[in-house]
Each structure stands twice: as structure tokens, then as C-alpha cells.
Design a protein around this ligand. Structure first.
Ligand SMILES: *Cc1c(COP(=O)(O)O)cnc(C)c1O
Length: 404
């Protein structure tokens, strides 16, 4: 596993009461995002889906590598605008309220991702109060997919009945509305589709081709130019294989071929998880090790109220043990007897498990554990207040890598 040197050093140096803590390696994040950018053709714009991790140092670290940020609420829009002033925002998400829409009109977002016909009318209403403002929109489409196209992916937002986006016939209807009076202040720029999460590069490329082909057909039927297609996020992150990475090079090559077929087109992607998952670690300490009915359990400081990712996704969070030799107490040091241990947190629920029956030979109370891949959908999706344990520390490390 690839714990970076600054993270390893700090995880060992923190006092026990300063654990648990989230440690982020911003230099590693910048390097990863720059590599992603470099793998993409120039006509692919890279937006970061802020909901994956909206911490200000994370948003700021990405600034140089991304073309903008996808925000999915008025709260995210205001937050990102304050943290990275002047950055381009794409405002998506279902259930936009009239107040959120009015605020985003005033703030001037770069792109609107409209989820319904009603949102089109709400946007027109908000614009009526701001005679100088306009809006550039993408219609979010929930496209039918071939049976099996999304088999075994982690989450699907489209290709089946969902609250997201517009069915194809409703997209056609909105295009017709935008050809009328509504289109005077609202410019239709293209199509947005975010249909699934957890796709490999091959399947992402095929899905992007499907979305673009469908959008090109729509544009042709309405006599419009096809300017922009946003094919969403959802690039796979494999928690069972922390060393694996989404194949950005293959994806970039696939998108380049797609762009060759559509000379006037700008593509946009908006990954969240695959950008920030790898830059974060949740560092903690083993408080106790117990043997229960034949199995070893290590109870760590903190738990799924800080790092809910494994509980929500039903996976084992990958981790590395940092052995601590010093044992300050006169009594025997609790230690695992079998080769495997279940790493549980401090909550009074059997669901508070970070990793089940994971290889952890000789794990002892006092050892430290670094849970990897905790940079996305981790702290910010967790139920922090349950049981009123203290909050973790947060450390955003930013050391230049050696030789740079
Ligand atoms: C959540 C979301 C994303 C990012 O998804 P990841 O799986 O984190 O890449 C992108 N676009 C939309 C519309 C989303 O809701």
C-alpha cells in the first residue's frame, strides 16, 4: 500500500489524544490531478464534483488541474465560490429551490444542469428579476441503456427509473421550449448525463460514446449544433485493490477518438471519488484487542461515525498497521491471537466495523492503524454526532515531494 512519507511520519508522531485524525497529502493530490489532466485531450474539460470532498484545502489544491467545479446544492455553490473565487461552477442536482436558483443567478454560475422541466421555468422566473443575467444550460438526460451495460457497478443514477434528469421525450420537449421565448435568456449549450458510478475506463468510454451519439441525434433532429456534452463522473475506485487506478490514459484515448468524430464538440467530465479518494487517510490507534467466540476484534479510537464509507458501501476499508513497540502499562498487552481481526469503532452498534476479519497478525493495543482511500465520501458523509465522541483532527500536509 502506498502511504506517503509525510502521512506516515505524522501518523506516528501524533499524541494518542490527537487521534483519530484525517491526514491529507495535498502534494500527492496535486500530482494525481495533474496526471489525470495530462491524460485527457485538450477538448475535454475536467470539473471536480465538490460533494466528494469539499474541504477548502482540497478544493484549492485542485484549482490548477481542473477547469471548474460541479456543485450540487446552493450550499456547495456558495462554499466553492468563497474558497476558490472566480472558479467556474456547474450547478446540478435534483430539487433546486427557488432561493438556490435565485442565488446562483446572482452569483453567475458557468453552467446549469437542469434536472426537470419545472427547473427550466424556475430559472426563467429567477432571470426575470435580473434583466442583465443570462443562463447557459445543459439538460440532464436519463438515457436508456442496453441491458447489462451497467451490471455490477456500484451505483446507478440513470438507465432506469430514478429521480435524476429527464427522460428522452422530456429532453425533446425542453429543447422545443428553449427554441421559443424561454430561449431568449436561457441558452441551450448541450446535454449532461451522469448515469453510473464505479465504471472501468472501457465502460466509461463506451458510455460516453452512447451519450454523445444520442446527443448528436437530438441536435440533428432539432437543427442545432452539438456544442457540449458532459458525460458525468463515476470513474471506478477499487477499495479492494488500493494500488489500482482508473485507466485515465485509456479513457483519454477513447475520448480523443470520440472527439475526432465530432469536430465542434467540447466534452466535459466531472469525477469526484477518483480524484480525491487516494489523498486521504484516517489515522487511529488500537484501544483494545479482544477475543470473542473464536475471533479477534480490535477496537480503535473513532469509527464509522467519522469514516462511514465502508459501512455505506459494504466494503472493508484498506489499512496499514504502524506497529508501536512501547507499552506503558504494567498489565499484559492485549494482542490478536489469530491471523485476522475485525477492526471495529467505539459505537455501540455491530455496524460500526471498518474492516471485517482482515489479515492483521499480532495486532496489539497501542498499535496505530492508517485507513487508506479516505479522501472522498468519508468524513463529510458520516454521522458525526452519534454517541458524542470527540471529532477527529484534520491535517492537510503539503510537502514538496523529494527531488521536485
Ligand atoms: C456525485 C456526482 C458526480 C461525481 O461522482 P463520482 O462517483 O464521485 O465520480 C458527478 N456528477 C454528478 C451529477 C453527481 O451527482
Amino acid at each position: 500500500m502506498t502511504v506517503t512519507a509525510p502521512v506516515r511520519r505524522l501518523a506516528a508522531a501524533l499524541a494518542p489524544d490527537d487521534l483519530p485524525a484525517y491526514l491529507y497529502d495535498l502534494a500527492a493530490l496535486r500530482a494525481h490531478a495533474a496526471a489525470v489532466r495530462a491524460a485527457l485531450p485538450a477538448r475535454v474539460e475536467l470539473y471536480y464534483a465538490a460533494k466528494a470532498n469539499p474541504e477548502p484545502p482540497v478544493l484549492a489544491a485542485l484549482r490548477g488541474a481542473v477547469d471548474g467545479y460541479e456543485v450540487a446544492s446552493g450550499g456547495e455553490a456558495a462554499h466553492v465560490a468563497a474558497v476558490v473565487p472566480g472558479a467556474r461552477l456547474a450547478f446540478g442536482g435534483p430539487g433546486k429551490t427557488p432561493a438556490e436558483i435565485a442565488a446562483a443567478v446572482r452569483a453567475g454560475v458557468h453552467r446549469w444542469h437542469l434536472e426537470s422541466e419545472q427547473e427550466l421555468h424556475l430559472l426563467a422566473d429567477a432571470l426575470a428579476d435580473h434583466p442583465d443575467a443570462g443562463a447557459d444550460v445543459l439538460l440532464r438526460a436519463n438515457l436508456p441503456l442496453d441491458p447489462g451495460a451497467l451490471d455490477s457497478v456500484a451505483l446507478t443514477m440513470g438507465g432506469r427509473p430514478t429521480p435524476f434528469g429527464l427522460d428522452p421525450d422530456r429532453v425533446e420537449h425542453c429543447v422545443r421550449l428553449l427554441a421559443g421565448p424561454l430561449g431568449r435568456r436561457i441558452r441551450l449549450r448541450g446535454i449532461h448525463a451522469h448515469l453510473a458510478s464505479g465504471l472501468s475506463a472501457d465502460r466509461q468510454t463506451a458510455l460516453a460514446g452512447h451519450i454523445v451519439d444520442w446527443s448528436a441525434g437530438l441536435a440533428r433532429r432539432h437543427g442545432l449544433a452539438l456544442d457540449e456534452v458532459n458525460v458525468g463522473g463515476g470513474m471506478a475506485v477499487d477499495y479492494a485493490d488500493p494500488g489500482a487506478r482508473f485507466d485515465w490514459t485509456a479513457f483519454g484515448t477513447g475520448l480523443a477518438k470520440l472527439l475526432d468524430r465530432h469536430p465542434g464538440l467540447t466534452l466535459r467530465i466531472e469525477p469526484g471519488r477518483a480524484l480525491t479518494a487516494y489523498c486521504g487517510w484516517y489515522a487511529t490507534q488500537v484501544l483494545d484487542v479482544k477475543h470473542s467466540h473464536g475471533e479477534d476484534f480490535a477496537v480503535v479510537r473513532g469509527g464509522t461515525h467519522h469514516l462511514r464509507t465502508p459501512a455505506t458501501r459494504g466494503h472493508d476499508q484498506p489499512f496499514e498497521v504502524l506497529p508501536v513497540e512501547h507499552w506503558p502499562h504494567p498489565w499484559p498487552r492485549p494482542a490478536a491471537r489469530t491471523g485476522r481481526a475485525t477492526l471495529a469503532g467505539q459505537l455501540c452498534t455491530p455496524k460500526d466495523v471498518l474492516a471485517h476479519r482482515a489479515p492483521a497478525p499480532g495486532l496489539r493495543a497501542g498499535d496505530r492503524v492508517l485507513f487508506a482511500m479516505a479522501g472522498a465520501y468519508a468524513w463529510n458523509i458520516s454521522h458525526h454526532d452519534f454517541l458524542m465522541h470527540p471529532r477527529p483532527g484534520f491535517h492537510h500536509l503539503d510537502e514538496a515531494p523529494p527531488g521536485s
